[in-house]
Design a protein around this ligand. Sequence first.
Ligand code: NAI
Length: 357
Amino acid sequence: MKLAVFSAKPYDKFFLNQPRAAASLEPDTSIEIAYHNFALNDETVSLAAGASAICVFVNDTLSEGVLTSLHSLGVRAILLRCAGYNNVDLEAASRLGLFVANVPSYNPEAVAEFAVALVQTLNRNTHRAYNRVREANFSLDGLLGRTLHGRTVGIIGTGKIGVAFARIMRGFGCELLAYDPFHSDEFKKYGEYTTLEDLLSRADIVSLHCPLIESTRHIINDTTLGQMKKDAMLVNTSRGGLVDTKAVIDALKRKHLGGLALDVYEHERALFYTDHSGTIIDDDVLMRLVTFHNVIVSGHQAFFTEEALLEIADVTLQNLADFVHGRECGNALVQPSQEHGAAPIKRARSDTIPIRI
Ligand code: NAI
């Protein structure tokens, strides 16, 4: 069995080669891993030749065309080493009879803690203080923050990460509101559910923790930004496509939005996970964003802890072992059966539920 790993960074290699990750494979499973440090797309798909399975990350392209090419090269399993699967055409994968599995719940605290770090940084201007002190500037002008205790936090999406974020923010003494078509009993211990519109109109901090699906694309847009409190802060550690970036730039320029922290960006694929420091970046939208003193952008790193990477490697190889041994896989998004016909697709819970904005 040959596994081709795309978008492989040194840390992916390190964790996928850890004995603990390998131990999740049964003794009769011998895996030869080929690491490719570039992304999977129309141009690179031919490099999967000879592999029965491929392993991909958030910015690899798994369009119908790429999946068809993979299938004709002999690839039968797609292993996502991430939770989100908005970059995969699941319908096409199902028609082709491909096995697709993700890592749905690795270390939600890693992402939630990073979202809290962004809130804290933006709220207390530690990013600016760090630069000032290095220049021997100890002035506090412009660094005024707000006490988090007693402030209202709105959480959009109360799945594993949203609930972990709620637990931490409750610890700060914040009042919590949430919007999610599905209500979690765990969240109800910390706060109350409301409509999206009510949440936006009351929250001082809005944090996005829902998946990117058709009904959530640009959930933050001109209209919803207009419903937000003046001076509120927006945090997105989920997926870039949830936010209409041009609309947030406009809201920042109008001084309506008080602060913005993005770990994800709708056009991140062309830039993130690669060093572009020696090149001219032609993404004027992103470049405009980073000029605001009240905007923080990080390069999709909220998941990036040792614990999360170890878990991702373990579960990815466990998913592969399930595929190899023909076992039912609990993390399968598409699980082909022996019978003919399209394989069943496990969808995000609210793929078909319209949002209220
Ligand atoms: P989850 O599946 O446990 O929770 C997602 C929640 O969003 C569910 O409760 C679902 O009902 C809710 N939801 C669906 N449609 C909605 C809508 N229209 N409005 C409000 N809520 C809606 O997912 P989890 O593990 O909490 O992850 C959330 C997202 O975080 C993932 O989809 C992924 O895109 C992102 N993520 C980002 C990472 C990073 O490094 N920045 C790392 C891992 C995940």
